[in-house]
Every structure is written in C-alpha cells, then in structure tokens.
Design a protein around this ligand. Structure first.
Ligand code: SF4
Ligand code: SF4
Length: 686
C-alpha cells in the first residue's frame, strides 16, 4: 500500500494527467467535428454489434499478415485485460486488499501473468519487425508526397508507443515479482514467481522499496502517457472501434452533394476543414500499417499515389495544427501542399482494395473523390481527356460522344427488332445495356449475347432503347458530381415510368450506380448483374444450359462486382455449369487486383508508373495457364483485350460470361438441331 505522501502525489499527478489528457482529447474531438455534416447513425445496434465482433475477434486484422496479426492480438487482449489489472493495482495502492487465496483471485492472477508475457513477447516481436527486419511495407515510393513530419515521425511515434507498453507492462510484472518475493510464490503466477526467485533473499526493506518503485513505474507511466496519447497512433485504441461502427454500410456508394442548399459554398475538399467527420476520424484511426498500400494497384505499378501516405499525411498535419485547427484556424491545401500530389489524385481506380483491407475501417477512396470534387467543380482543373468525356456526356448522354439515335445500333446484327419499353409494358426484366455495350464494337457482342440468353429464358423483357443514358458512374468517380446528378435524375425519371420488376445489367458500374446510388435520388429498383441473373435462371431450370463447351478458363473479379458488391459465387457457378474448368489467379475474390479501368481511368491516359495496371493483372491471369479470361464487365474486358493484342506469345482469349453462355446455348442448338428441345432464337414475348 502507498504511503500518505505517495497518495497525495498520485492524486496531484492524476489531476494534471486528466487535465492535459482531457484537453488533448477535447481538441481532437473539436477538430474531427469541424467539417461538413455526415449521417452515419442508422442501424446503430447492428453497427455497434458488428464493430464489437470485429474488435473482439480481431477479424479485420487477420485479413492479412497472419503472424504479425497474432502478435498484435497478443498485445491487444493483454492490454484490454490490463484495464482491470490497473484498476486492481490502483485499489491495492490505496486499500489493503488481499489479492491471493480465492478461486476468483487465482483466475485473475493466472490471466494477468499469462497475458503479461503475451504482451511483452508480442510487443517485442512487433518492434523487432519494425526496426530490425524493416520489411517492404514501411518504405515509400520515390514519387509519393510525404508530409514533412512523416519520415521521422512514424518510427519515433512507434518507438515511443512500443517503449511505453513494454515499460508499463514490464514494470507491473516486476512489481508483482517483488511482491511474491516478499511473501510466498504463487502457482497461479508461474512467470512472476519464476522471476521472484531471483529476488528471494533480498532484505525486506529493499523488496518493499522496489515494490513501490515499480508500482509507480507501472501506474505513473500511464499518467505520464495520457496527455501524449491523443497525439500518438495509440489513439486508434479508441478511434478504430468507433470508426468500424460508423463506416459506410455500402463502402463504394458516394454521398450526394445537395446543390440546392445555398449555404454550401464549398463542393468537395480543398482543405482539412472541408472533409466531413468520418474522413478526419479515418486519420485518427490509422495505425500506419501500410496494408492499404500493399494492395493498391497504383502502388504496385509505381504510380505517385499511396493511400496510406494520404491518410498518414492528413494525420500529421492535424497533429501539427491541432490547437489552432480545433479552434477554427484554416489549414493548408491538401493537394500538393502536404497530403497528395496532382498526379497521385488522378491515379486512383476506386477499386476499393484499400478500404477492404484496412483493419480500422478507413475509407481512403472517399478522401480521393472528395478532393477530385473540389478540383473539378471548384477549380475546374482536371486531365484534358476527362474534359472530352464530360463534354461528350453532356452533349450526347454518353462518354463516347456518339449520338443518342445510334444507341440501338448494337442490335442491328441480330436481324430482328429488340423489344423496347414502348412495345412491352411493365416488363419482367428491363435489360440495362449500358454505354459500353451500346457503342463499343467489342462490347456490343456482350449485348447481343445477352439477347440470346434473355430470349432463351422465356422472360418478358425489354430495353430502354434511346431513352437510356450513361448512369454517370465515371463522371461521379472523377469528381463531377453535378453531371452525375443530372444523368441520375433523367435516368430515374425513365426507369420510374417503366416500372420493371427487375433491372439486369451487364456492366458492374451500372449495377453499382443504379442499385446503390440511385436510391439517394428516389430510384429504388431490384438490380441484378447478368451473372446473378443467369445463375438464378440456371438453378431454377428456366435457362437450360449444358456443359456443352470445354476448356480451361480463369476468372477476373471486377472490382465493382466483387469488392464493391460482394458477388463472387454466381459468376463461378455459371462457368462451371457450362462445363468450364476454372483456375483461380493468385489474387482473387476480395483480394482481386484491379484491371485499371475504374474511377474514370478508362477515359484518360494512365498516370506515369513502372507498368500499366492492366498489364500487371493480365500477367497474373496468364500465369494460371488458362487459355481464356472470363470477365463480367465490359471495361475489364477491354483492358485485357489491349494486353492480349500486345501479347506476342499465345495471347489469351477474353470473353464475357454472357458470351460464353450464349456460345453454350448455340453449341447445344447445333447438336440438337432446330427441332430439339434447345432454346432457339424465338420472338420475344410481347
Ligand atoms: S481505391 Fe484502389 S487505386 Fe484507389 S487508393 Fe484505394 S487501392 Fe489504390
Ligand atoms: S489507412 Fe488503414 S490500412 Fe492504410 S495505413 Fe492506415 S490503418 Fe493501415
């Protein structure tokens, strides 16, 4: 137990620590809530439950780096239990508590002893990795813009946090060993008892003095650390669970700007104060692990973009400015001044790999889109090729810039008229063709294949025809929210008038935009990707596919179908139902690697780097030894077509799943003949 003087000293230290720590946390809070409002409190019980589960199981950490994650889990569980340990130690300093001799104390002491060793080993392992092993994930590309504080700051901050944990837990361990050496060894504290043997025989006075000293080291280090806590990445202990709970439910769906609200003067983010609170919470949640950089296609291909650097740069700027920023001072421009270069801004494909892998629930891509919104709508500065795509879309309703009267030309080769909503009232299925399949000659084959499938299905279907316009996906990801909203409202008006039971798309970008983003503008529809549609019809027997074609195939998960919308099984199931042998590439499903087209990249030159994103992915797909790449996205298909065209050695065939299914149906027709029970090209149901 503490002496009276020690108790007084402790209370003074506690008051100082609470004051300075409280002030630090208050400033962090004020800084976070400065930006524009954002509502993330819907489905709160589910959100909290999900975050609790993720934190307790460390599920998001274990997505990558299993060994390092195990070390982190050891530190995490130990540190959580240490909250109770510290309360007990504090109480024992003030009151004569006997902490041994009952079953409950035995369990407590055993857990404390084991978890102490786990924390010490885990923390030592993490420090060895960071400072001695120094793996690739702590390095930065030469073109990445870094805040002036980052290069020296991260190792310093990690060192201080690591040293604090070792000092605090190590001191408590020795305190316990001196206590045991003065009394009797405890079988429920095997490690502390083992060390206590070394102290047996020391004079009682010395043991008591050491016990007090290490009590102060253990508890005092917490008091000393609290004021520093809001400045360290250790604050993720509090921020990460909150961030995980308040993460966007559909991570790729962007928040709309209310252009009718005249009080809004700034569109997008030029400075930190323009970022809404979830973005600033991201900066405070970041543990600077660089996992997002590890999976980013821009980083992998040597571009100037690094999503980890963006978030970390924001955090260092916030730390540097904190008191003034929390009080309302202006911050410097995010772009080019401290967080992101212009080149990096336009290198993002919005593939969501960074968001998917981030253990603390950060949404890096939303920062990038916010900054693009400022660049496009406030500064009017963006790559010139995007200028063409925007202008074409404004003029003709599609980024290709081909007249709306030519939108149905893809169907001419079919030799019969494709039903439009003017002929079919309230169709069971509205096939949303999309701009790529309407105008691009290669992608038009997907639309014609889809017609074969729809006819074989016997459904009453139609297309919007010349009433269909671009969904606005590319414009929105490029930062042109105004243009996107214009297109969204026009399309929604058409779709609402049609009242189709189901919309089927062959483009994951249309699928994502209509399904996840149009609801914000009053468009609520049942949207299905064609691979889901075909899979459903096959299972129900409405579409009679056979394992009629053969061959080795590999499948590329499009980012907007897989990671953004979780559709992984259906495309694979369709491929196997028509008899194809699927070989998975190394990066697959949630971990799939982008083709390089998303985020409006398709409409501009790729930013300079070591190689094209598409080339990196094509190489990996080729390594599967398959002869064909199956895709479910016209943009992925075109990116791989470019790579296959330049491939001098056995180029892969690139086909959409709709084309493969249509090929299967045709093969079957040929085998059975027109009089067989295979579905023929019959007139659509009116
Ligand atoms: S969305 Fe994709 S390209 Fe953009 S920063 Fe994240 S991982 Fe990189
Ligand atoms: S943003 Fe997430 S994944 Fe990236 S460094 Fe920070 S914590 Fe790690």
């Amino acid at each position: 137990m503490l002496t009276l003087l020690e108790k007084v000293l402790f209370l003074v230290a506690l008051a100082l620590s609470a004051y300075f720590g409280g002030l630090g946390f208050y400033r962090v809070y004020k800084a976070i809530v400065r930006g524009p409002k954002s509502f993330r409190f819907d489905h709160l019980p589910e959100r909290v439950g999900r975050a609790f589960w993720q934190v307790v199981t460390q599920e998001t950490i274990f997505k990558k780096r299993p060994f390092i994650s195990a070390l982190h889990a050891g530190v995490f569980y130990g540190f959580i239990f240490y909250v109770l340990v510290n309360v007990v130690d504090l109480a024992a300093g003030f009151y004569p508590i006997k902490t041994q001799g009952t079953a409950a104390w035995d369990v407590f002491n055993l857990l404390a002893d084991l978890l102490t060793v786990m924390v010490l080993l885990g923390m030592t392992g993490l420090l060895i990795r960071r400072y001695l092993v120094r793996p690739y994930d702590f390095t930065w590309g030469p073109k990445v813009l870094l805040h002036e504080g980052v290069r020296a700051g991260i190792p310093r901050d990690s060192g201080i946090v690591g040293a604090f944990i070792l000092f605090h837990v190590g001191s408590r361990f020795l305190d316990q060993a001196f206590i045991l050496a003065r009394g009797r060894l405890d079988p429920y504290q095997p490690f502390a008892s083992f060390v206590a043997r070394a102290f047996e025989g020391l004079p009682v006075g010395t043991l008591v003095a050491m016990e007090h000293l290490f009590w102060w080291f253990a508890i005092g280090s917490i008091l000393a650390f609290i004021p520093y806590f809001p400045r360290t990445k250790h604050i993720h202990l509090i921020m990460a669970p909150v961030n995980l709970a308040l993460k966007k439910e559909k991570t790729g769906a962007l928040a709309p700007i209310d252009f009718e609200d005249e009080s809004v003067e700034q569109y997008g983010a030029a400075k930190l104060e323009h970022l809404s609170w979830p973005r600033l919470l991201d900066a405070y949640s970041c543990i600077m692990c660089n996992r997002c950089a590890e999976v980013c296609p821009a980083v992998a291909t040597g571009k100037a973009l690094n999503p980890a650097a963006l978030i970390i740069n924001e955090r260092y700027e916030l730390d540097q400015l904190l008191p003034a920023f929390a009080a309302g001072a202006e911050s410097p421009r995010i772009l080019s001044e401290f967080a992101l270069s212009d080149e990096a801004l336009w290198a993002c494909t919005t593939c969501n790999a960074c968001v998917e892998v981030c253990p603390v629930g950060n949404e890096q891509v939303l920062h990038i889109v916010d900054i693009r919104r400022d660049k496009v709508m406030m500064q009017g500065e963006f790559p010139s090729e995007l200028q063409n795509a925007f202008r074409n879309t404004e003029r003709t309703g599609n980024p290709w810039g081909i007249g709306q009267d030519k939108r149905m030309d893809w169907a001419l080769e079919l030799g019969f008229p494709v039903p439009t909503v003017d002929q079919v009232e309230e169709p069971e299925v509205l096939y949303w063709v999309g701009c790529a399949a309407s105008y691009d000659p290669r992608s038009q084959k997907i639309a014609r294949s889809m017609v074969e499938i729809l006819q074989a299905s016997g459904k009453r279907w139609a297309v919007l025809g010349t009433k269909e316009k671009c969904t606005g996906d590319s414009a929105r990801r490029a930062g042109n929210e105004y243009l996107f909203q214009q297109l969204a409202r026009e399309n929604i008006e058409q779709l609402n008038a049609v009242g189709a039971a189901e919309i089927v798309t062959t483009c994951p970008h249309c699928y994502h935009t209509i399904g996840n983003e149009y609801p914000d503008f009053g468009g609520h529809y049942q949207v299905t990707h064609h691979t889901e549609f075909i899979d459903r019809l096959t299972r129900s027997g409405e579409l009679d596919v056979q394992p009629a074609i053969s061959g080795d195939i590999t499948y590329h998960d499009p980012c907007y179908l897989g990671r953004h919308n979780g559709v992984y099984e259906q495309p694979r199931s369709v491929l196997s139902s028509i008899g194809l042998q699927l070989t998975e590439p190394q990066r697959t499903r949630e971990g799939s690697f982008c083709c390089g087209a998303g985020g409006a990249q398709f409409w501009k030159e790729e930013e300079p780097g070591a190689e094209r994103v598409g080339a990196n992915r094509y190489r990996e797909l080729k390594e599967t030894q398959a002869s064909t790449i199956a895709t479910g996205c016209p943009f992925c298909m075109q990116m791989f077509e470019v790579e296959a065209t330049g491939d001098q050695e056995k180029p892969l065939e690139v086909l959409d799943i709709a084309e493969l299914v249509a090929r299967d149906l045709r093969t079957k027709r040929e085998v059975l003949g027109p009089g067989g029970d295979a579905p023929g090209l019959r007139a659509p149901k009116a």
